[in-house]
Structures are given as C-alpha cells and as structure tokens.
Design a protein around this ligand. Structure first.
Ligand code: NCD
Length: 304
C-alpha cells in the first residue's frame, strides 16, 4: 500500500500495527529521531488547517526528515490555474511523500494517480479524512484500552463532517461496536454511508436529534463542528451552528468513564467549562495525531 486516500485501504491488522507503532514512538521517541534522515515530506494544503498540517510537519521533523510545501491555494500555482495532476507530478520530483488537503472531494485520489511518491489524503472536502481517524483510533485505544465493545455517539454535522465519515468506516470493522448518530435533520449522515457501511455490515445504530436521550449509553462521545465552509448559504449555517453545545449540565447523566473526543477546531459545540473534566480527551487527541502520523510516514516510506 503506497497511498492512504481512504481508511478502508488499511486492513484492521495494519491499523492495529500503526497504533502499536505510535505507542512505541510515544514510549521511545529517541529511537526514531534518525529514521527519515534525508527524506522530505511535501504538505500541499489547498484549505486551512492547524493540527493536520502542523502535526504532519512535526512528525517528519521528529523522524529527522525535512518538510516543504504551501498552506494555502493562493500561494501555489493553483492560483494560476494549474491542475492537481500537474502539481503533484512536479512535487514528486522534490519530495519523497505528499500530504494533501483539498476542498474538492476526490482531489487526493486524482493526485495519487499522477504522483510517483506516496500520497496521503489530509482531508478532501466533505468526504474523508483518514489520518484524523487514525488519530481518533489511537486516542480511543489509549483512553479505553480497546477498540471493540463500544457504543459511540457521533454528534453535530454528520453530513459534511469528513472525520465522522472515516471514523464510522473504520470503527464498523471492530467487534460489537454500536453507533448513535446525533444531528439536526438537515445534517444527517449521508445515506450512502448508512447503506454501504452500517446496513451492509449489520451494525446496530440509532439516529436521533436528541443528545441527552442517548447520553447515558455512550462510551465515546465524538463532537464535531458545523462545517460552515460547506454550506450553500449563511442563513442555514447560523440557524444550525449551535444545535449542540456540550455543557457540564448535559454530562450529568453520562457515564463516569465516558471519553469525549473532538477533531478540533472547536467553535461553540463544547463549553470550555468541560476542558478540565478528566473525560475531555480532545487536547490529548490532538497530541496523538503527531505520533500516529509518524507511524504512517514510516509505513508508507517502508522504513524499518
Ligand atoms: C477537521 C477537518 O479538517 O475535517 N479538522 C482536523 O483535521 N482536525 C475537523 C473540522 O474542521 O471540523
């Protein structure tokens, strides 16, 4: 496997190996400091990012490698009308591996067909975000000690939230996992994901607009931001943006060992009053993103 475009390209065994590798990196970072010496990562980001781009860059630096790239389409030749295919063909001559984020669904897939080095999808429009999912899985494993036997609530913008799409595809492959899909009517999980993943694999799920009704059953609560940039009009965004705001009161009927995740950035959907609750995992989660990306870079570059 040379590219990572969709999390389903990785087998469960490969995911478990990546998690194991990330845990080893966390325990023994000094053993990895020279692994990617003289290797270069290109970060081609046509859309805003803080965690994904910086954690990819930090990951490559911590492996002893180097980084080049751009963080907005405006500062690349895309602004002159260059195609993704041409851009990656050229960048393949400058870097050993590419991480690409793009507002168009499928752009990293197209890139992978024209690049001669591995391409990683760092988020494509409202579609997929496999490396966030690897981050989420590492977080769940570290917080819960397992990836099986879990009731997972995903809450917020399930329509445009690419992190949720990849997370459901990945978690649906573990034993005895159930989902509560919590969203406003307009932002429900796309039906192709319900059909091709949940129904096809006979995964138990409920769909609801009411977070507090399902709260007591949840082992994991995965909150998401309403994806403003994917809306067709501002009015709908303003109406829907505060559909769910997690507050300490709303956690009163939650399990004592609930894990609260969020890919971040947070806008309004989690009150800062929750940040010091031991159940809030989202800042640890952001930190784990660097380690799992280190593990992924090693795998795709076939470094031992
Ligand atoms: C997410 C994304 O870009 O999809 N952010 C991230 O990578 N951590 C979530 C979001 O932007 O809401």
């Amino acid at each position: 496997m040379r590219n990572l475009i969709d999390i389903q390209q990785l087998s469960v065994q490969e995911i478990d190996e990546l998690i194991e590798k990330a845990n080893d990196i966390i325990a023994h970072p000094e053993q990895y400091r020279e692994k990617c010496r003289y290797k270069k990562l290109a970060t081609l980001f046509f859309e805003p990012s803080t965690r994904t781009r910086l954690s990819f860059e930090a990951a490559m630096y911590e492996l002893g490698g180097q980084v080049l790239g751009f963080s907005e389409a405006q500062s690349s030749s895309a602004a002159k009308g260059e195609s993704v295919a041409d851009t990656v063909r050229v960048v393949s001559g400058y870097a050993d591996i590419i991480a690409m984020r793009h507002p168009k669904e499928g752009a990293p897939l197209v890139a992978s067909m024209h690049a001669t080095v591995p391409v990683i999808n760092a988020g494509d429009g409202g579609h997929l975000h496999p490396t966030q999912t690897l981050t989420d899985l590492l977080t769940i494993r570290r917080e819960k000690g397992r990836l099986t036997d879990l009731t997972i609530g995903v809450c917020g913008d399930l329509k445009f939230g690419r992190t949720v799409h990849s997370l459901i595809a990945a978690m649906a492959r573990y034993e005895n996992v159930r989902f509560a899909l919590i969203s406003p009517e307009e932002l429900k999980l796309p039906s192709y994901i319900k059909k091709e993943i949940l129904q096809q694999k006979h995964i138990e799920y409920v769909q609801t607009t009411d977070l507090s009704a399902v709260m007591p059953q949840l082992d994991i609560l995965y909150m998401t931001r309403v994806q403003r940039e994917r809306f067709f009009n501002e009015e709908d965004y303003l109406r829907l943006k505060d559909s769910y705001i997690l507050t300490p009161e709303k956690l009163q009927n939650a399990m004592a060992d609930l894990s609260i995740l969020h890919p971040l950035p947070r806008v309004n959907e989690i009150s800062t009053a929750i940040d010091d609750d031991p159940r809030a995992c989202y800042f640890r989660q952001a930190r784990y993103g660097k380690y799992i990306r280190m593990a992924l870079i090693l795998k795709l570059l076939e470094v031992e």
